[in-house]
Design a protein around this ligand. Structure first.
Ligand SMILES: [Zn+2]
Length: 182
């Protein structure tokens, strides 16, 4: 009998995804994202290129919902206090090769040097020089801060930390995430 029967039992669904890792992995790839348990160490490779890491250091990452930024409209201090209270933290040992470590130091240097045009411009008694100095300060600061980021947290909760900004060569070393994501 191959007629359509609306009362037939539905076809079996695939078994639900397990809650525990069968191979004890603590970090995975999912598309272009790196997923890790929030207090696990990453493999000892550079996250920016996948080569063996020269530097392997413990680093903290913070995340809060992007909606929190709306509080800046009220007051920056309101945002700051709320963000510090609700932000989620993840801690990992993260590797960088010598080239990417050096590149990161250059971005940090640029962020620090952004104060030079900021203070320098006030030596001139000219509105447009001050404006240019402040613009250069903001550009160098943002460029430096964004460039020095090792991992870009996309979401962190008590179970899982999700990052972007990781090279595909590094991700290729990780197992595929075997569980269902919310
Ligand atoms: Zn590298």
């Amino acid at each position: 009998m191959d007629e359509f029967n609306p009362y037939a039992a539905p076809e079996a669904l695939p078994p639900p995804l397990a809650n525990s890792s069968p191979d004890n992995s603590t970090c995975w790839r999912d598309g272009d994202e790196l997923l890790a348990l929030p207090h696990s160490d990453l493999p000892r490779y550079c996250v920016k290129c996948g080569k063996p890491a020269l530097e392997y250091r413990q680093r903290k990452f913070y995340w809060h919902s992007p909606w929190m930024y709306l509080l800046i409209l009220l007051h920056f201090l309101v945002y700051l206090i709320a963000a510090l209270a609700v932000r989620k933290t993840a801690v990992h040992n993260v590797g960088l090769c010598s080239a990417h470590r050096k590149r990161r130091l250059n971005f940090m240097l640029m962020a620090w040097c952004s104060v030079v045009p900021l203070f320098g411009c006030f030596l001139f008694d000219s509105g447009w020089v001050v404006g240019l100095g402040i613009l250069m300060f903001l550009a160098m600061l943002l460029w430096g801060l964004i460039g020095m980021q090792i991992l870009k947290p996309r979401k962190i909760d008590v179970n899982l930390a999700v990052y972007r900004g990781v090279s595909t060569a590094f991700l290729a070393r990780l197992p595929r995430y075997p569980y269902r994501r919310d």
